[in-house]
Design a protein around this ligand. Sequence first.
Ligand code: GLU
Length: 326
Amino acid sequence: MTSPAAHPPLKRITRLAPSPTGALHLGNARTFLINWVLARQAGWRIILRIEDLDGPRVKPESIQQSIELLRWLGIDWDEGPLIQSADLSPYERAMSQLSHRGHIFSCSLTRKQIEEAASAPHDEGHELRFPPALRPSSSESGRFEFQPCATNYRFLVPDRPITIDDRIAGTVTRNPGREVGDFVVWTKSRTPAYQLAVVVDDARQGVTDVVRGVDLLPSAARQQLIYEALGLPLPQWWHVPLVLGPDGRRLAKRHGDTRLLSYRETGVPVERIIALLAGWCGINAGPGTNRAALSARDFLEAFQPATLPMQSVTFTEDDHQWLVSA
Ligand code: GLU
């Protein structure tokens, strides 16, 4: 990875985009800190955006909680928060454009019907692929006037490789047509789906640099299709390697309670958490070092993009013990 300072001095904009669906854990916190530090070191503008369109899982109090936890970490921003659910009209306008240009179709098939029609067996944990055979006949699809109704709309995904130019992951090729098929862009709960909302917001907020977990790399390919269909310029992608549990799976509840909120409630100082996260970012800090406490400012001074590990890092029980022994 090259230093962000190597970029030409354009005004660049990034965003912190928490989904207030579950409390922030150590893995999310590390990605947000990396996003923040890349931006602050290179002088990018930072926008906070609350991605709260994910239906019933979003609780209003968790919006405030996500904001407070970012502040507790010492992360700041220059603009926002923009709350996605406050105004759906930008997404509706994008849907109209997509419908006029023939990129979407309405679909009332249930998950079960799609599963039955998908030829490849579909294991748990893998996404269900919407097969082209289930597309409506050309007489029913094509160009039309989108109405924001309670129906799923899907994006017509071509069967072709999409190349993602990523500042961390390198050049990656994915074929969303083979992986996921025609994905949902508007849901039957009358809200835009994540793939559409994120593109519309990044474009209207002028985001030039998207920094997020590498688990969203497959989504970048889908999002590139939407950028293309709407005639929008692509952002620069930075997909950060993940924090894994000792079993090699993405850090989650099954690895114990690693939520920032829980550590804060048990009295773990935030400086100790940042020291652990900094150790996971190639800085000499955290367990096994003599730097057991770091502020976000210290992190900002010590961080060097070139030493950010290119592989995932592992959270162990020893790390947890180290945190709670503070
Ligand atoms: N809101 C998403 C999340 O918290 C991030 C989406 C994105 O960065 O594109 O996982």
